[in-house]
Design a binder for this molecule. Structure first.
Ligand code: SF4
Length: 351
């Protein structure tokens, strides 16, 4: 479908795929547009679902048939593995607000971070019960957190379940879901897959973890994180732009990038921040101080301790020097409060 710019309403505005002419009579045009959008959405959902048959949905490109029970790096089949659903108050203020963010934590992951604080569910170390949900059941969970008063649906670790969440969001929207949907990702996402989410995701919440491949390989078992992550963030920014808040200070749309400061500057913070500043100095960045040695962190000597006050201050200074003034910062003392226990009914002690 081609769309031509036109200021004269009597002239042709749009030409359909079969050559039929659609004139600018308001109701008619709107009807035609919704049909087109419906067709596009259906095509995208089918395309994503089809890609599960030789999975290339994330940059791992395993090529396994997930619909036939084959498992790739993320060890996830055709249904969405959900480990926890609940209101969460520990996100940045525009995400958590006063009512909480409606988090849906997916089990498994397409990275293997040695320090992952969610390792019980992301790497299966907790032997915890996981629910495998159909797209309709996942849509029900989205609607349930809205009903509980959540400011948004917060999809945590979604990169390996993009086909399922795209379908579930479409179903939930059709059933009346009104709150924004947040794509809360480790940032190892494929651009062509993200393009299929254009219009479905309101808020992107990606990590920018590293600026060197050596660190990414040692800490997260991934060899191409830096270029993949930067392309992904650029695509997210193209789709939604800078973070927009409503009158209550709640995020409605846009990009908020998280950067976890690591000891010994293992995260390469300055280069990561410089990249973000090159996209937009107005970008909203969460500078996270909450690193603490978890899981298999002792495999990387630099990760054996928390960061110091001086290390954190230096990263804040770099952000300001680079012109990034919209930063969220954390108290170093809050670290232990933010380490979840998914073996508990309330992993964060408040959900
Ligand atoms: S989503 Fe999973 S199976 Fe698919 S390419 Fe990524 S890691 Fe492999």
């Amino acid at each position: 479908m081609t769309v031509a710019a036109c200021t004269d309403p009597s002239r042709v505005l749009r030409v359909g795929p079969t050559g039929n002419v659609i004139r600018s009579q308001a109701g008619w045009l709107m009807h035609a547009m919704s049909e087109t959008q419906g067709w596009r959405t259906e095509r995208r959902l089918l395309s994503l679902r089809e890609r599960l048959r030789a999975c290339d949905l994330c940059p791992r490109q395993c090529g396994v048939d997930r619909t036939a029970g084959q498992l790739g790096f993320c060890r996830t089949g055709a249904d969405a593995p959900v480990a926890h659903v609940g209101l969460h108050f520990g996100e940045e203020p525009p995400i958590s607000g006063s009512n909480g963010s409606g988090t849906i934590f997916f089990a498994h992951c397409n990275l293997r971070c040695v320090f992952c604080q969610n390792h019980q569910i992301s790497q299966g170390t907790g032997n915890l019960a996981v629910r495998y949900l159909s797209d309709y059941e996942l849509a029900d969970e989205m609607l349930s957190v809205e009903k509980r008063g959540a400011h948004n649906v917060n999809l945590v670790s979604p990169s390996h379940v993009v086909a399922q969440i795209a379908s579930a969001i479409t179903i939930a929207r059709g059933r009346g879901l009104r709150i924004p949907v947040v794509y809360n990702t480790n940032g190892y996402d494929a651009v062509d897959t993200l393009r299929e989410l254009d219009g479905l995701i309101d808020i992107y919440l990606p990590d920018i973890k590293y600026s060197s491949e050596e660190a990414a390989e040692a800490c997260s078992a991934v060899s191409d994180y830096v270029p993949v992550n930067r392309r992904a963030i650029a695509e997210m920014f193209r789709q939604v732009g800078n973070l927009l808040l409503d009158d209550d200070g709640l995020a409605r749309r846009g990009l908020l990038v998280r950067h976890l400061v690591l000891p010994e500057n293992l995260a390469g913070s300055r280069a990561s921040l410089a990249f973000l500043a090159s996209l937009s100095p107005e970008m909203v960045v969460g500078l996270m101080s909450q690193y603490s040695p978890q899981h298999r962190a002792d495999e990387v000597p630099a990760l054996s301790r928390r960061i110091t006050y001086e290390e954190y201050e230096r990263v804040i200074d770099w952000a300001l020097e680079l012109g990034l003034e919209n930063c969220f910062v954390q108290e170093l003392e809050s670290t232990q409060l933010l380490v979840p226990d998914f073996g508990s009914e309330e992993p964060f002690g408040n959900s």
